[in-house]
Design a protein around this ligand. Structure first.
Ligand code: DQA
Length: 151
């Protein structure tokens, strides 16, 4: 008889940082024409079909992102973060990621390595479980899959 092992829950907080509230309107040639709400609604549906519960939050403020990271471990088993421009500058967000006990995956919609030099460095990558960039909006789904495969 085959034994069915219990599947651990996968609960993911998706955190989007500055200017990502303008997705759909902001530089559509780089970031696409879908709004953040549409993208996150689709991701929540995708997660429930794949077996992951997903919640989404967005803030333009560095301190609020730090607070959301601290609070994330009360509910989430993992975090997906697109910290926007703060990815390249924020030691505070890096330290917040290091301070929590759940894995964090860094996502960027665009291929940051193919863009301006200042986007080539991330303050966050070294303390994240992994990084996905250049896959457009699908990067968020790939990050959800990463959590499902590694849970
Ligand atoms: C971004 C890339 C960052 O360099 C930029 O500041 C953003 C969006 C991306 O998703 O491609 O705001 O994180």
């Amino acid at each position: 008889m085959t034994e069915t092992l219990p599947v651990p829950p996968v609960r993911v907080l998706v955190l989007n940082g500055p200017n990502l509230n303008l997705l759909g309107k902001r530089e559509p040639e780089v970031y696409g024409t879908t709004s953040l709400d549409e993208l996150m609604d689709e991701l929540v549906l995708y997660g429930s079909a794949e077996g992951a519960e997903i919640r989404a939050a967005q803030s333009n403020s560095e301190g609020a992102i730090v607070d959301l990271l601290h609070a994330s471990q009360e509910w989430a088993t993992g975090v997906i973060i697109n910290a926007g421009a703060y990815s390249h500058t924020s030691i505070a967000i890096r330290d917040a990621i290091s301070s929590i006990d759940i894995p964090v995956i860094e996502v960027h919609i665009s291929n940051v390595a193919a863009r301006e030099e200042f986007r080539h460095q991330s303050m966050l990558s070294g303390v994240c479980q992994g990084v996905l960039f250049g896959f457009g909006h699908k990067g968020y789904k790939l990050a959800v899959q990463s959590f499902l495969l590694t849970s």
